[in-house]
Design a binder for this molecule. Structure first.
Ligand code: GH3
Ligand code: MG
Ligand code: MG
Length: 340
């Protein structure tokens, strides 16, 4: 296959203690049609840090280096980057098969035996850069909602797993707001599906704008969206939910004038202590909050109302904020009731 177009501008990291070798590899890669952006590291430890912290498509790493050799480099890098995410080609003068097999077992993607022709160097780097880029594009596609460009449900769940670990480690809360448009079917039925799509796209933009950079905004499906809010407790999540609700009321969405589109939102939050955050519990409570908001009149933000929550197992608090067993007065359950 002709890979030169797919991997143009490939970002290549050369890890080699020999300045002569680095210069030879870099010059050949820069001169080739793939016009590589080349970075250099003079040893395995510096190279591993650069490979993990910077944007790199392919690594060329010398097998034999002092301090941290090619195998040591692979052991560090493969703890968090797979072959598909970051191809590493071991560069060596050795033709020993056991050496090569050891390298492959440690996570090498390929070998470049030196001396070699520049064409072979460029061809191997091109193939691996292309595969890495295609893999990245596929992962992005698999985690993105095509209509709105937001994260999809799968991406949100992965983000939740990450944020749950972080919340436990740092002892910080984790909030969630679940948003469902009111009577959206009616919008589709009266204005048509494309007009409904335009509302969803504008809502997505609005939600993104209403959140902090490190909040995760996702389309769960249909006209349901979720906001995952690191470091937000229940009060913080209620405030975000209310901000989103009132902003939607004040904006034109698609063809619809301000005030014509409303949403109902449910909120929940995990607070430190007790069991770690669980997706089913947090999402289930936020979803129950949406149900409460819908059943008490729509266009409002609510916490879950759980009529008879199961008693917690002995000695183990869940840490998830739900409404206490005795139902709260309506004003406490519903954070915003514009109709009131
Ligand atoms: P409620 O206030 O109870 O939430 O009522 P609703 O009409 O919003 O909810 P319902 O579940 O009855 O209808 C959701 C509608 O969302 C039905 C479906 O056709 C529409 N929908 C789902 N996905 C899309 C989409 O991608 N584009 C458009 N335009 N409509 C969609
Ligand atoms: Mg819905
Ligand atoms: Mg709806």
């Amino acid at each position: 296959m002709d890979t030169s177009a797919e991997c143009a501008g490939a970002r290549v990291l050369i890890v080699d203690d020999s300045a002569t070798m680095r210069a030879w590899l870099a010059a050949r890669l820069r001169a080739a049609p793939l016009l590589a952006e080349v970075q250099e590291a003079t040893n395995g430890a510096v190279g591993a840090r650069m490979a993990l912290e910077q944007e790199v498509d392919v690594v060329l790493c010398n097998l034999r280096m002092p301090f941290l050799d090619g195998i040591g480099f692979l052991r560090v890098v493969r703890q968090s980057r797979s072959r598909l995410e970051l191809p590493v080609l071991l560069v060596t003068a050795s033709t020993s098969v056991p050496d090569k097999v050891t390298g492959f077992h440690a996570g090498a993607s390929d070998y470049l035996t030196t001396p070699c022709e520049p064409e072979e160097l460029v061809a191997r780097v091109s193939v691996h850069a292309t595969v890495a880029r295609l893999h990245r594009a596929m992962v992005t596609q698999a985690h993105t909602d095509p209509l709105t460009g937001l994260a999809n449900r799968r991406a949100l769940q992965l983000a939740f797993e990450r944020e749950a670990v972080r919340a436990v480690r740092h002892g910080t809360p984790l909030g969630m707001v679940l948003v469902d448009l009111d009577h959206f079917k009616h919008i589709n039925d009266t204005l048509g599906h494309p007009a409904g799509d335009a509302v969803l796209r504008d809502l997505a933009r609005m939600l993104r704008g209403a959140c902090r950079a490190y909040d995760i905004v996702a389309r769960m499906g249909g006209e349901e969206f979720a906001l995952l809010l690191p470091e937000s407790d229940l009060q913080g999540a209620l405030e975000v939910g209310e901000r989103v609700r009132s902003t939607v009321m004040s904006r034109r969405l698609g063809e619809l004038d301000a005030g014509k589109v409303t949403l109902s939102a449910g909120v929940a939050a995990w607070t430190p202590g007790g069991a770690p955050p669980a997706w089913d519990t947090l999402y289930g409570l936020a979803d129950a909050g949406v149900y409460t908001a819908k059943s008490t009149g729509r266009n409002r933000v609510a916490r879950a109302v759980v009529p008879s929550p199961p008693p917690p197992p002995e000695g183990a608090a869940t840490g998830i904020h739900a409404v206490p067993p005795a139902p709260l007065p309506a004003t406490a359950q519903v954070a915003a009731d514009p109709a009131a």
